[in-house]
Design a protein around this ligand. Structure first.
Ligand SMILES: NC(=O)C1=CN([C@@H]2O[C@H](COP(=O)(O)OP(=O)(O)OC[C@H]3O[C@@H](n4cnc5c(N)ncnc54)[C@H](OP(=O)(O)O)[C@@H]3O)[C@@H](O)[C@H]2O)C=CC1
Ligand SMILES: N[C@@H](CCC(=O)OP(=O)(O)O)C(=O)O
Length: 412
């Protein structure tokens, strides 16, 4: 790991000096190599799937691990989209002159060496590598252990891409082991070589990061997301959006885990929403008021605190906007929350007062995604407050420096 860290510093320098065209070429050549290596990537993925089934992983977890020709093609297309993004480094963000004649410019720069620890989803290896190349940051990637074979096969395509573009493969490195000691070493900062750690995962990773991180962290952690159906919700939107927010893909961090519904409309609207959810195979766990309206299991305190990542939804009847916001404040993880309402004033209050990375009016929480935001791809959704919140794309992987131009000024 320490040798990788040393190499990464060289990789960061090589990327920074290479210029935007070479970085674009490296990404495009990697996309080509992903297509060329499709059979190899799929074979590696079959091995991961078989091991995951033997381990008894849930269907939802296996679903996110699966690659097929369409998903490999989507990965290659994703890289082409990242290659087409404007290069985010070297941009003049602001420029002004001082009365003494000094010319001051704020210019975007890479962060340096970024270590990313992420879940067993193969496309993250490709997206994270491409976004780091686009933003001139060297990356050390630590995939979830169940996807290690797939990640190694995808990484081989990046080695091809670097070779074709004349860059060293130290620009992006993949931790070649599932040994969790590697995570501990990354969290320790590898002797100061790591400029930023991005942990993308759930509770167990959160706990370890909080206890051990010795380098700056940009957390991409769990999504305990809420959809709030306000008294002035359009019933059709409320049903369609809630079903999508919960059931489109239950394992993603943008899935809704708790439905809050106003008492004023619960008698009419909850049965419609609940029937549509149950028809899709969702289990409901409600408070007493919700149970009195629709047959469902009793929710306990734990249900308000649980990110299920399963077809299970907690349901609570609330007494208006303030009550909904208070519930979100108590139990939310600061990821994504939505309000369904036709009342613009209520919506604005929700959007202002709910302090999550993404707040949404009349749309599904499953839009929490860099691709959907038009960022080309994403490292993930930052649940941190610094240095970026919400979807993290190439631009969010930069920082800045000041360039000061003078004519011999001396400070009095
Ligand atoms: N905010 C965001 O952008 C995203 C957040 N997520 C969140 O991720 C979670 C689901 O993914 P899941 O696979 O369960 O995530 P995990 O937290 O289990 O795993 C994520 C990564 O962290 C590692 N890890 C987990 N616990 C430890 C530990 N104690 N010590 C060392 N390494 C550890 C895993 O390694 P190993 O393989 O060895 O377990 C894996 O590489 C959900 O909570 C979801 O919301 C998911 C996607 C995006
Ligand atoms: N934000 C992206 C990815 C979410 C994601 O990777 O979630 P997970 O199933 O937890 O690995 C999306 O909505 O598709």
């Amino acid at each position: 790991m320490f040798a990788m860290a040393d190499k990464a510093k060289q990789g960061a320098e090589a990327l920074r000096l290479a210029g935007p065209e070479v970085r674009t070429q490296a990404i495009l050549e990697s996309a080509k190599a992903i297509r060329a290596r499709e059979a190899e990537i799929l074979a590696a993925n079959q091995a991961d799937q078989a091991a995951a089934r033997d381990k008894g992983l849930t269907d939802a977890m296996i679903e996110r691990l699966i690659l097929n020709p369409a998903r490999v093609e989507a990965m290659a297309k994703g890289l082409e989209e990242v290659a087409a993004l404007p290069d985010p480094v070297g941009r003049e963000l602001a420029r002004w002159s001082r009365p003494n004649g000094l010319d001051i410019a704020r210019v975007s720069t890479p962060i340096g060496v970024i270590a990313i620890i992420y879940e067993s989803r193969p496309n993250v290896t490709a997206d994270a590598a491409a976004l780091c190349i686009r933003s001139s940051n060297a990356a050390i990637l630590r995939t979830g252990s169940e996807a290690l074979n797939s990640a190694l096969a995808i990484y081989a395509a990046f080695e091809d891409g670097f070779r074709a573009a004349g860059l060293p493969d130290s620009c992006v490195q993949l931790v070649p082991t599932s040994d969790r000691d590697a995570v501990g070493l990354i969290l320790g900062g590898l002797g100061g070589a790591i400029n930023l750690i991005i942990p993308r995962g759930g509770k167990s990773l959160v706990a370890r990061v909080q206890a051990e991180a010795r380098a700056p962290v940009l957390a991409h952690l769990e999504g305990l997301n809420h959809t709030y159906v306000h008294a002035s919700a359009d019933p059709e939107k409320a049903v369609a959006v809630t079903v999508n927010a919960k059931m489109r893909r239950v394992s993603v961090c943008g899935a809704t885990e708790t439905l809050l519904i106003d008492r004023a409309v619960a008698n009419d609207l909850l049965p419609k929403i609940a029937e549509a959810l149950v028809a899709k195979g969702c289990e409901l766990r409600g408070d007493e008021a919700a149970q009195a309206i629709f047959a469902m299991t009793a929710a306990t305190e734990d249900d308000w605190k649980t990110e299920y990542l399963l077809p299970i939804l907690a349901v609570k009847v609330v007494d208006g906007l303030d009550d909904a916001i208070a519930h979100i404040k108590t139990y939310g993880s600061g990821h994504t929350e939505a309000i369904i309402t036709e009342d613009a004033k209520a919506a604005e209050t929700f959007l202002n007062e709910v302090d999550s990375a993404i707040v949404i009016w009349n749309a599904s929480t499953q839009y929490a995604d860099g691709g959907e935001f038009g960022l080309g791809a994403e490292i993930g959704i930052s649940t941190d407050r610094l240095h970026a919140r919400g979807p993290v794309g190439a631009e969010q992987l930069t920082t800045f420096k000041y360039v000061v131009r003078g004519e011999g000024q001396t400070r009095p």
